[in-house]
Design a binder for this molecule. Structure first.
Ligand code: NIG
Ligand code: FE
Length: 392
């Protein structure tokens, strides 16, 4: 087994929780990697010998970003919808049907190469773990195909047959819920770890609380763990449903009541509130107060929600900058939410922090400190560290 020492790290942000701010920062540090995992970390002066050396040349290193919410399996373009929204047309989920038609019409190879390009785009911006949902197929075959393709890129795949009620079932919603919880779930489950639902009373296309509960309970019975799209377009039942069912994550949380915040705080060990500020940006919605959630004791995560409708950005640095500028987080809190927070939302403890035994998923910044992620917004300073290539 060969080992590699990563040296030249001015600031190593371990996110190990060992300091009051949670960041566990070490200065002038080194990391030794063996077999894809962290074998040692500490002051560079004490680093053990290794077979190879990667010198990052005086840069900051932090855990690779964990993007715990994305919808990368889609074809087609909805740029016009975005332009119309910027001119005042509100988002209601109806545009999802446009992506469904284009995705159904694409070949497997077309979809595969679209996903591959988006995954590469994410990695080039420092993301090392990606959750990918289905949800633009909405037939038994198209949903299982989307998940099969997603599985080629990540183990964190999510069945979202309950994304919207497709047009052909608009007058017969209960038949669609039966399809999602029956044959579609059966075909999807072998390729999925998670089940998700768009629970949203403010959209005629999305699912009611009762429908969402039916989908989640069936998904759990099929061996899947639970995630929820909730409280995106207005106040609604999504958060309380997620907490009640012990979902790992409830995502969006744009509109939260005091009761929602209390429930999330009480469930902080189980249910993470995943915030998606790229969505508020791209839909001109109000940003939730992430700082207030932290003060209340809620577990939070940050993710992109990369999708063709509400946020066609693959950039975790963009999300971090928005969370700092618009949601009240400090630069350090935003980094924690994008690493350990989103790892927790995936119920993973082998990613999201740099500790002995964790996966050696390292992200390097062309900067001396993690603060630059939000300070230098829009500048491509983050990239996943490729340990097979000599770094300069
Ligand atoms: O997370 N809200 C539901 N689903 C996506 C948007 C999908 C789309 O508009 O294509 C979301 O925002
Ligand atoms: Fe989403």
């Amino acid at each position: 087994m060969s080992s590699t020492v990563v040296s030249g790290i001015t600031e190593l942000v371990t996110c190990d929780g060992s300091t009051p701010d949670g960041l566990g920062i070490l200065r002038d540090a080194a990391v030794v990697v063996e077999d894809g995992h962290v074998a040692w970390l500490g002051p560079a002066s004490g680093a053990p010998m290794a077979d190879h050396q990667v010198d990052v040349g005086g840069r900051a290193v932090l855990p690779g970003f964990v993007d715990s919410h994305s919808h990368l399996v889609f074809a087609g373009d909805r740029g016009d919808e975005f332009a119309a929204r910027m001119a005042g047309t509100p988002y209601d989920g109806g545009g999802i049907g446009v992506s469904v038609a284009a995705t159904r019409a694409a070949t497997d190879d077309e979809l595969r190469s679209l996903v591959a390009a988006r995954v590469a785009e994410m990695r080039a911006q420092g993301t090392t773990t990606i959750e990918i949902k289905s949800g633009y197929g909405l037939t038994v075959e198209d949903e299982s195909r989307a998940l099969r393709i997603a599985r080629e890129f990540t183990p964190e795949t999510t069945f979202l047959g309950a994304h919207v009620v497709p047009r052909e079932y608009a007058e017969d919603r209960s038949t669609y819920v039966e399809l999602v919880t029956g044959p579609m779930l059966e075909a999807a489950a072998p390729h999925a770890r998670w089940v998700d639902v768009f629970c949203e009373p403010h959209s005629a296309h999305a699912f009611t609380e009762d429908e969402a509960r039916t989908v989640l309970v069936a998904g759990r019975a099929a061996g899947l763990e639970l995630r929820v799209h909730g409280n995106q377009l207005g106040h609604g039942p999504g958060v309380l449903l997620a907490v009640d069912l012990g979902a790992a994550s409830v995502d969006h949380c744009t509109y939260l009541s005091d009761a929602d915040v209390d429930a999330l705080a009480g469930a902080a060990d189980t249910t993470v509130a995943t915030l998606l500020p790229g969505v508020e940006f791209s839909t001109r919605s109000p940003y939730p107060d992430a700082a207030a959630l932290l003060r209340a004791g809620v577990s939070i995560a940050l993710a992109t929600d990369c999708n063709p409708g509400t946020c066609y950005s693959s950039s975790m640095p963009f999300v971090i900058a928005l969370a700092v500028r618009e949601m009240g987080l400090t630069p350090g809190e935003a980094v924690l939410a994008a690493t350990t927070g989103s790892a927790k939302s995936l119920r993973r403890n082998d990613i999201g922090r740099i500790v002995v035994g964790a996966r050696a998923d390292l992200t390097v910044l062309d900067a001396p400190s993690h603060v630059h992620l939000s300070y230098r917004a829009g500048v491509p300073i983050a990239r996943a560290l490729d340990l097979d290539v000599d770094e300069a």
